[in-house]
Write a protein that binds this ligand. Structure first.
Ligand code: CMC
Length: 382
């Protein structure tokens, strides 16, 4: 019998076409709809990048204004969703809170929509649902952080763009321009990354002709894991453990002896460095300067150079974004929900793309359990 050619973790398997983004590990580049991500991060607000991911082109001034109008109109958390968030235990992970909120938003929106045969929705309905989720997620994430800190929620502000309003709702004060800019860049870098685990999860769910909200809820579940989105949170735990730059060598000796994975390093696709890291590292540098925290940069640099020298494994986006979010003032547990708020743009673009040429995603497995056997005394009906 010939051995089947099993690709564990689907590593190296190309499962479909996508026109949304291109990850090129050879040239260490990432394009969204053809545009290098670092150019988008340097020149665009996240709203324009969301428009690009959904529609294929950057918006003109009028199209951006229209998107912003809709986004601003849907920023507030509906009362019953807030009440439901309050039922999530305060010591549950905020990703559970976000997942629960999105699930209820979906149930409210789809109520009365009829049979499962109509669940997948029209392109217009799905674009509208995508914009609404994009609009409300910052309030959900901000509310979660404030709830855990015992603070009152802060209402959204119509006069602020997405990134500035997100920071306003989280901290209750207007952020400095340099902070808004670094945060906006991070969100653009997180927005899309082809067939990563959470996006693929969303596409699998969509391929059954289920609804957009179910696909996003599933994607949130996939993103929570520390091998994927949870790594940005895990980087800060590592920084806390190490303490300061001079402890890096001894800490790394022990961590590697214990065969620990060093969070924020390594990538399934990029083996010579993540294309997003230089842009995010530059944003982190501006924050280090702004907050006058050179010891953060020292620890970052020491761990990076020591780990790369020892293992030849490079940082991924979560390595600079973790300390950047920490400097801005986000709680460590809020980091992965921030990733959700950004990546919902990519997920929903993929959900809509999957529906344009859908085939049920249903791979095969090779059975390696016990040979056929039978229940003692069982006599088959004749
Ligand atoms: N620390 C220590 N060793 C590592 C690391 C790491 N961060 N990453 C890879 N390796 C080692 C791994 O142990 C293995 O060694 P060996 O061949 O001796 O068993 C070798 O490198 C190959 O690693 P792999 O786990 O087989 O590679 P993969 O492509 O399956 O995994 C990864 C990629 C991201 C899961 C892995 O690098 C990892 O666990 N990194 C830490 C978690 C992390 O930072 N995740 C964020 C990923 S990027 C953002 C996102 O997409 O969410």
């Amino acid at each position: 019998m010939t051995e089947p050619d099993i690709k564990k973790g689907l590593a190296g398997v190309v499962v479909d076409y996508t026109a949304i983004s291109k990850v090129n590990p050879e040239t260490n580049s990432l394009l969204y709809r053809g545009y290098p991500v670092q150019e988008l991060a340097a020149t665009q607000p996240l709203e324009a990048v969301a428009y690009l991911l959904w529609n294929g082109e950057l918006p003109d001034a009028e199209q951006l204004a229209e998107l912003r109008l809709t986004e601003r109109a849907h920023r507030a958390i509906p009362d019953d969703v807030r009440t439901t968030i309050d039922l999530v235990p305060l010591d549950a992970h905020p990703m559970d809170e976000v997942r629960t909120a999105v699930s209820l938003i979906g149930a409210r929106d789809l109520a009365g929509s009829g049979s499962v045969l109509d669940a997948s929705g029209s392109p217009e309905q799905n674009l509208e649902r995508s914009i609404r989720l994009f609009a409300v997620l910052p309030a959900i994430v901000a509310y979660g952080q404030r709830r855990r800190r015992g603070l009152e929620p802060v209402a959204p502000r119509d006069d602020l763009d997405y990134a500035a309003n997100f920071l306003w709702m989280t901290f209750g004060e207007e952020a400095d321009e340099v902070v808004v800019d670094a945060f906006n860049r991070s969100m653009i870098l997180y927005a899309e990354h082809s067939f990563n685990a959470s996006t693929f999860t969303a596409r699998v769910i969509t391929s059954t002709l289920s609804d957009l909200y179910s696909a996003v809820v599933g994607a949130i579940g996939a993103l929570k894991g520390p091998l994927h989105g949870g790594a940005n949170e895990a980087v800060l735990h590592i920084f806390d453990e190490i303490g300061s730059a001079e402890n890096v060598g001894a800490w790394l000796d022990q961590a590697l002896a214990e065969k620990r994975k060093i969070m924020g390093f390594g990538h399934r696709v990029y083996k010579r460095g993540d294309s997003r890291v230089p842009t995010m590292k530059a944003a982190l540098d501006t924050l280090v300067e702004h907050y006058d925290r050179p010891e953060v940069a020292a620890l970052y640099d020491a761990l990076e150079s020591e780990f790369v020298a020892r293992k030849g494994i490079y940082p991924n986006l979560d390595y600079p974004s973790g300390p950047a979010y920490n400097l801005i003032g986000f709680d460590t547990l809020t980091f992965t929900p921030l990733f959700v708020a950004a990546r919902v743009t990519g997920w929903t673009a993929h959900i809509m793309e999957q529906l344009t040429s859908n085939t049920l995603i249903r791979p095969l497995s090779e059975y390696n359990g016990p040979d056929e056997r039978h229940i003692d005394g069982y006599v088959a009906d004749t």
